[in-house]
Design a protein around this ligand. Structure first.
Ligand code: NDP
Length: 449
């Protein structure tokens, strides 16, 4: 490997040895930009790599709140302001018990490249808390969100840092966060958060954007290889925001989605998933996916019993991991290949382990990398910010048309860069190369900051 890249990687390892997800994300990017770094010897002199892997700011704070039993609970909040090179920090908030600094930094790092790929003026950030929303009452969620924002508000603003949703943070949480921000600032800054409800400044199409965008990217990737979604069998992990709308668009394109999951297990319905029922269970009742069997007793439910999710054992043409990081392991990748998969498109952030991605690529499986394939969510968040600034709204069709166009451009950037640097068909490398070059050029223009 290139000596400069190696040296930076060693230094990142030494400084962040307790942050495995962050190291994984950095290694994945740096190892794929070797040709670019060799083409630009000035990167070393200007410490481009060193600056790229060091967040501009890491914020961690206490979030005390009172539960329904009157007990005081203390959670930890984070905001990683990774890079403001090409716009205000932008990236979601995650509420999940696994949240820690390593996960926040890996997500923030991925976000800067993803946002660069959208072609829109947004920098990269990420935040969240180790708060677990599962089983909490609505008033507990509200009190937690209010306490979280009482600390976060001083770090954000519509031209500074614009958070959105992620795992555990949907329209309800964004509403409570926005209400508290507005109350503290005593001003209506519509563009300070995205993923808002339509009734107070949200964008039509934002809810659907990440899942739809993933399928638009997959459509382009298949098209480039003379194939399409029509008639394909699809399995989708997760049953949250990304998974549900990926399923909706895949079904519209004539694919048959046969399995979806949550963290406890997966359902397999060979007749095709009843998406209206999944929406009712997950979006309305906030229940478990197992409840699908009440209305469809002939479907199968497979409990998760190990690190490897059972969903990847099901025979499929296209796999869409849309749950969480490192959910698709080497074992799962082997099983997918054995069962004849043709494409894996990442809806979640870093859902495939590095070994799984390598194995899929070695076996000539088409891999759509998360930072490109799931960029439709943040791109539509940027469209929401645009509408808030204009004080004007686009129709649903206008938003989806813009989203489609952005996803086509992102796919083309991945394809062109993979070809330019001698790895045609490797869209994982193509995405990293396209985004890295753009950010490095911006860094060169702005001097040593
Ligand atoms: P949601 O909270 O709406 O849904 C998450 C889904 O993943 C749930 O079905 C959940 O199951 C499952 N899940 C979460 N953690 C685990 C775990 N440790 N093991 C197995 N399953 C798990 O989140 P989103 O759909 O918004 O996000 C999903 C992924 O997509 C994340 O990686 C996120 O970062 C990424 N993403 C989201 C975007 C968006 O616009 N929402 C934009 C770009 C990326 P359970 O209910 O059992 O926890």
């Amino acid at each position: 490997m290139n000596e400069y890249i190696n040296r930076v990687l060693e230094s990142v390892k030494a400084k962040n040895s307790h942050e495995p997800e962050y190291l994984q994300a950095v290694k994945e990017v740096l190892c794929s930009v070797e040709h670019l770094v060799e083409k630009h010897p000035e990167y070393e002199k200007l410490a481009i790599l060193e600056r790229m892997v060091e967040p501009e700011r890491v914020i961690s704070f206490r979030v005390p709140w009172i539960n329904d039993n009157g007990e005081v609970i203390v959670n930890r909040g984070f905001r990683i302001q990774f890079s403001s090179l090409i716009g205000p920090y932008k990236g979601g908030l995650r509420f999940h018990p696994t949240v820690n600094q390593s996960i926040m930094k890996f997500l923030g790092f991925e976000q800067i490249f993803k946002n660069a790929l959208t072609g829109l003026p947004i920098g990269g950030g990420k935040g969240g808390s180790d708060f677990d929303p599962k089983g909490k009452s609505d008033s507990e969620i509200m009190r937690f969100c209010q306490s979280f924002m009482t600390e976060l508000y001083r770090h954000i603003g519509q031209d500074v840092d614009v958070p959105a949703g992620d795992i555990g943070v949907g329209g309800r949480e964004i509403g409570y966060l926005f209400g508290q921000y507005k109350r503290i600032r005593d001003a209506y800054e519509g563009g300070v958060l995205t993923g808002k409800s339509i009734c107070y400044g949200g964008s039509l199409g934002r809810t659907e954007a990440t899942g739809y965008g993933l399928v638009f990217y997959t459509r382009e990737m298949l098209k480039a290889h003379g194939n399409s979604l029509q008639g394909k069998i699809v399995t989708i992990s997760g049953s949250g925001n990304v998974a549900i709308y990926a399923c909706e668009k895949a079904q519209e394109y004539g694919a048959k989605v046969v399995a979806m999951s949550d963290s406890n297990g997966c359902i397999y319905d060979p007749h095709g998933i009843d998406l209206a029922l999944i929406k009712q269970i997950k979006e309305v009742e906030r229940g478990r996916i197992k409840e699908y069997l009440v209305k469809h007793p002939n479907a199968d439910y497979i409990e998760r019993t190990s690190e490897d999710s059972p969903i990847w054992n099901i025979k499929t043409d296209i796999a869409l991991p849309c749950a969480t990081q490192n959910e698709l392991t080497l074992n799962s990748a082997k099983k997918l290949v054995e069962n004849g998969v043709i494409a894996v498109a990442e809806g979640a952030n870093m859902p495939c382990t590095q070994e799984a991605t390598d194995y899929l690529l070695e076996n000539k499986i088409l891999v759509a990398p998360a930072k490109a394939a799931n960029a439709g969510g943040v791109a539509t968040s940027a469209i929401e910010m645009t509408q808030n600034s204009m004080r004007y709204y686009y129709t649903f069709d206008e938003v989806i048309e813009k989203l489609d166009c952005i996803m086509v451009n992102i796919f083309n950037a991945c394809k062109d860069n993979a070809e330019k640097y001698g790895c045609a068909g490797n869209y994982v490398a193509g995405a990293n190369l396209a985004a890295f070059e753009k950010l490095a050029e911006a860094m060169k223009c702005q001097g040593v900051v």
